[in-house]
Design a protein around this ligand. Structure first.
Ligand code: HEC
Length: 720
């Protein structure tokens, strides 16, 4: 992936990050597609527009009985108000006299992520088939979607076939459609010839890179050619249409479980954080009219363990930011949906929650740095390469940061943004300088009092920006806000470190390939604060362990890793590292066909920052206690001083050994590859595989040749 670097105009500004920063930026670049499908800003949740009773009387109840003709059923005629983009079309009808050879009824919803993805695909199929006697009719049977919202959906997704508002959900009931999107293909005499999904790209919560079976297209092709449909029935994937009639706002004020009383509170606690206007959930769950339409679907995603999104197993280190929903709350929700979702007594509603708008920091930031004065212009479509902005902090002394927040200027186009500290040369290379990040759905808890990150004097801040085009041109200026701590009040320095294991090759079809890695050189005097695993699409499960002389403990177990949710797992109690001899992790990959995310089970998979390559990485943050100069100086007999001296000695020894090994490695590398013995290795001297995987890592200064020093630094870190 080509990276674009924007530097501030400061005189010392230099294109290209320092070696370690570069490497970590590369890894962070692997956070491609984080929450790929999730950047859906909740649509305006205006209440359902109540239409004057539509001419839905066209529904012929007898049509349901006529389903006897074959087991796929028969569709009754209907005539419904049009809600799609064509404002002049008042009614959408399907009747015996005006049926096309084949009609595709497309059940759609305005907020369901999959119904959005498939809108344009259905339109392009409709365009291709326009001259083959195939008509497309959209049907919206969602109680929560208003006519205006449906028009907006049609405009946003380029859907120009008519969309009918199935106000009483009679068409959905008649043809037994249960989800959006779901398609039903009907012939000229009203018989159903195909029902189900459009293609096989998606399973609940899971997306393949592309479809391998095009059920709808194949079915229509067969029918147009005069054949039977090979697979006339498939299972639709998407959001459930809430079919049973809800009891409504006026009724059952005294039902045992009501929206006003318990359910609004349950949703506030577990869902509304993301499911409200302007947040990342695709619809709001803080409004009764909206919740009505999502009741059944909410039960489904909760039962499947997909919502609220959380991936750590219980029974290991206690996690501060766990999103756990107790069984009793799930039970309340089920009971309420079964009872027809009664509204209850408005007096029972909780006080509206007030959300902080703007900075989530403990107080107004002391300093706000923008990535640039000039906005970045995001094109309407096409992939945008990672953008890097380097900003001078202007700090003349070290500064302590107790809280930092990255806020995107344009949430619909910023996929994620990570701010790194790039210290002036000579800074400790073992740290990765992660300062803060904006990743949808992630909230970092505040640091404990007295804990802070240090930004060394002369540092720059690097913004790594990943933009996703939204379909229309956008622009963005992302900013970071910093809240400083007084140097005297800081008791612990918080640093970010990483463990990488790059030496692996996952064989084709391997379903349980384990890569073991560890965190090198972590400070024994420190305490572990958080753990963030990072793998790509073949990531299957993950464990993080701490080992001491007499015990090994699994601190974190992620049994079903999900690339779409990059959680940073924060320990409730910081873990002292004094007695820990080893911090290690096991990243398990599934390169088999059974992994629905797998882009290609035939491949040998090695390290790389593209999602079709893999990474076995762990980011951790560690707090190290500071000794203030004002503290009474410990005497040499103080055991802690002795211990520290011993530790320093051991660490120096380790470093020396690492460098000795690295020197050997450098010599053998040059012997093998420096064919013209000029003391530099250029790309052409390397075999293809080595060129792809190691040239970029070693060529730190990006001058397109590798020096002995560059390999030595890199190798010493790996041997440490
Ligand atoms: C951390 C943020 C977050 C929380 C908390 C959360 N959701 Fe979601 N939810 C999302 C996002 C993002 C999506 C869209 C996923 C996508 O685009 O595929 C989503 C999608 C959904 C969907 C659509 C179904 C689907 O397959 O995509 C339902 C239903 C849903 N959430 C219900 C809930 C309920 C109920 C809760 C609370 C119990 C909840 N969510 C909590 C972020 C969240």
């Amino acid at each position: 992936m080509k990276r674009i670097l924007h530097t501030d105009p400061g005189p010392a500004s230099r294109a290209g990050a320092t070696s370690t920063a570069q490497r970590w930026l590369g890894i962070a670049a692997g956070l491609v597609l984080v929450l790929g499908a999730s950047l859906v800003i909740a649509a305006d949740s205006s209440p359902v527009t109540s239409l004057a009773s539509p001419n839905a009387a066209g529904i012929n109840a007898a049509g349901i009985n006529a389903a006897e003709i074959d087991d796929l059923g028969q569709v009754a005629d209907f005539s419904l108000p049009s809600a799609g983009s064509d404002r002049t079309l008042k009614q959408v009808s399907m009747g015996a006299s005006d049926r096309a050879d084949f009609t595709v009824l497309c059940f759609l919803g305005t907020e369901c992520p999959l119904a959005k993805v498939y809108g344009p695909r259905l339109q392009s199929l409709a365009d291709q088939l326009a001259t083959s006697g195939v008509a497309f009719i959209g049907v919206n049977s969602n109680i929560q979607d208003s006519v205006d919202e449906i028009r907006q959906y049609a405009a946003d997704h380029g859907v120009s076939f008519p969309i009918a508002k199935d106000h009483d959900r009679l068409v959905a009931l008649d043809v037994m459609a249960t989800r959006t999107p779901e398609v039903v293909v009907v012939d000229r005499i009203g018989r159903v010839q195909y029902r189900g999904r459009i293609d096989d790209q998606y399973q609940p919560g899971i997306a393949r890179s592309e479809a391998t079976v095009h059920d709808l297209r194949d079915a229509i092709q067969a029918l147009v050619d005069g054949h039977d449909v090979a697979t006339p029935r498939t299972t639709a994937v998407g959001c459930l249409i809430s079919l049973p009639k809800p009891t409504g706002r006026q009724e059952q004020v005294d039902a045992p479980v009501t929206y006003c009383d318990q359910i609004s509170r349950v949703l506030n606690q577990h869902c509304v954080e993301c499911h409200r206007e302007g947040e990342i959930g695709p619809f709001a769950l803080d409004d009764y009219d909206e919740v009505l339409g999502w009741g059944d679907m909410s039960i489904e995603v909760i039962d499947q363990g997909r919502m609220p999104p959380w991936h750590a197993a219980d029974g290991h280190a206690e996690l501060a930011n766990a999103r756990l929903m107790p069984e009793s709350d799930k039970q309340l929700l089920r009971q309420w949906v079964d009872a027809g979702m009664p509204y209850g007594d408005v007096a029972d509603l909780p006080e509206p929650t007030s959300y902080v708008v703007g900075w989530q920091l403990p107080r107004e930031p002391d300093l706000v740095l923008a990535m640039s004065k000039v906005p970045f212009e995001i094109p309407a479509s096409d992939t945008v390469e990672y953008q890097y902005y380097v900003v001078d902090t202007g700090f003349e002394t070290d500064r302590w940061v107790q809280a930092a927040e990255v806020i995107p200027g344009n949430r619909s186009a910023v996929h994620h943004s990570i701010a790194f500290v790039r210290p002036p040369d000579g800074a400790d290379l073992s740290q990765i300088g992660l300062l803060s990040a904006y990743v949808p759905g992630q909230r970092r808890s505040p640091l404990p009092v007295g804990y802070a990150q240090r930004i060394p004097a002369g540092s720059r801040i690097v913004f790594q920006m990943h933009y996703t085009p939204t379909g229309k041109p956008e622009s963005d200026i992302t900013k970071i806000g910093l809240v400083f701590a007084d140097a005297d009040s800081v008791t612990h320095e918080v640093i970010s470190m990483g463990g990488i294991e790059q030496e692996f090759e996952i064989p084709p079809h391997a379903s349980d390939y384990v890569v073991e890695g560890r965190i090198h050189g972590f400070p024994r005097s420190g305490e572990l604060l958080s753990i963030m695993p990072h793998m790509h699409l073949r990531g299957k499960s993950y464990q993080f362990r701490s080992e001491s002389d007499d015990a090994t403990e699994t601190l974190l177990d992620v049994p079903h890793y999900d690339f779409n949710w990059q959680h940073n797992y924060e320990l409730s109690k910081p873990l002292p590292l004094a007695d820990v001899s080893r911090l290690s992790f096991a990243a398990t990959f599934d390169n088999s066909k059974a992994n629905p995310f797998n882009p290609d089970p035939q491949e040998y998979v090695t390290w790389g920052d593209q999602t079709w390559q893999e990474m076995a990485v762990t980011f951790i943050s560690v707090a190290i206690p500071l000794k203030h100069t004002s503290d009474s100086a410990p005497t040499p007999s103080d055991p802690s001083t002795k211990q520290a001296a011993q530790q320093r000695k051991e660490s120096q020894q380790r470093k020396d050994e690492a460098f000795a090994k690295a020197d050997k490695f450098v010599e053998s590398y040059f012997q093998r590859f420096d064919h013209n013995s000029d003391g530099f290795i250029v790309e052409e001297e390397l075999p293809h595989s080595v060129r792809i995987f190691s040239f970029g890592q070693f060529d730190h200064d990006r001058d397109r040749r590798i020096s002995r020093d560059e390999i030595r630094t890199e190798a010493a870190q790996r041997f440490d």
